[in-house]
Ligand binder design. Structure first.
Ligand code: C2G
Length: 133
């Protein structure tokens, strides 16, 4: 069984996230999503989430591509996660290209092309401006 892991906030879940999760799962048989906690988002990523960790976790667990959701509490846990969960492939969107190449010693590292023209920030802005696509 090939095990894949990816990390993120996944706030205001959108089709860019789904595209990423679908392609990540297609690389293996079991997909783990390490979901950024509210505290990690606030203190380390300067992100105030619209949905709480529990609600974001509930949404991710409802996605057919996702097999397990674990908390992402700090930047340093990736090496331990890869070991603890016997991960074969680490996947991130290519906005993170090269940032996690240090993990290549432990597993395959794959950067997938981001879906253009959609982001949580953009959704928030369009709602604020009253635009609907
Ligand atoms: N993503 C994408 N296309 C988009 C938006 C996001 O492919 N239009 C991908 C990102 O590249 C990332 C994943 O979806 O791989 C989750 O995106 P975010 O929730 O924005 O995650 P991020 O804030 O980048 O957190 O330790 C790593 C961090 O937790 C990543």
């Amino acid at each position: 069984m090939k095990r894949v892991i990816t990390y993120g906030t996944f706030d205001l879940l959108h089709y860019g996230h789904i595209n990423l999760l679908r392609r990540a799962k297609a690389l293996g048989d079991y997909l783990i999503v390490a979901l950024s906690t509210d505290e990690f988002n606030l203190t380390e990523k300067n992100k105030k989430c619209y949905y709480s960790y529990e609600k974001r976790k509930q949404l991710l667990e409802a996605i057919r591509y996702v097999d397990l959701v674990i908390p992402e509490e700090n930047w340093e846990q990736k090496k331990t996660d890869i070991h603890q969960y016997h991960v074969d492939i680490f996947v991130m969107g290519d906005d993170w290209r090269e940032k996690f190449d240090f993990l290549k010693k432990q597993c395959e590292v794959v950067y997938l092309e981001r879906t253009p023209e959609i982001s949580t920030t953009q959704i928030k802005m369009e709602i604020k401006n009253g635009n609907n696509t």
